[in-house]
Design a protein. Structure first.
Length: 138
């Protein structure tokens, strides 16, 4: 929730590039939180491949699969390339990150990060409840 909170605050201050940077990290960490339920998390800025492999190998209810697919779906736009752009800027044009993003970019990233976190929380809640039920049966 920390990166999402930061993105919210940066958006309210009209700091578009830091909104995008924090929103990207919120999306990334939402996916990594889901991955951590299954296995160690790879050190990458686009964990969508690892999350997809987990889905391919582990049967989960359709409602949870849908939520995991939603999280995966944000990475074409908010993965490694956006992380690099929001952190370092654009090398080819020598453009700083704060010159690359406008309000629309920030709004999209923030909206997507909210959705990603919300879906990851639902997945986490499902598996937490399942674990509690299993412990209760022992």
């Amino acid at each position: 929730m920390g990166y999402l909170r930061e993105a919210e605050e940066e958006f309210s201050e009209k700091h578009w590039w830091t909104t995008v940077a924090n929103a990207q990290l919120a999306i990334e960490n939402a996916a990594k939180a889901v991955i951590a339920l299954f296995e160690p998390v790879e050190k990458v800025h686009d964990p969508s491949r690892q999350l997809q492999r987990i889905l391919d190998r582990n049967p989960v209810p359709e409602s949870i699969t849908k939520r995991m697919v939603v999280v995966i779906g944000f990475f074409p736009q908010h993965g490694h390339a956006e992380h690099i752009k929001a952190t370092y800027g654009e090398d080819k044009t020598h453009t700083a990150p704060w010159e690359l993003f406008v309000k629309k970019d920030a709004r999209i990233a923030l909206t997507d990060s909210r959705k990603s976190v919300r879906n990851a929380q639902a997945v986490f809640k499902y598996f937490s409840a399942s674990a509690k039920k299993r412990r209760g049966r022992r």
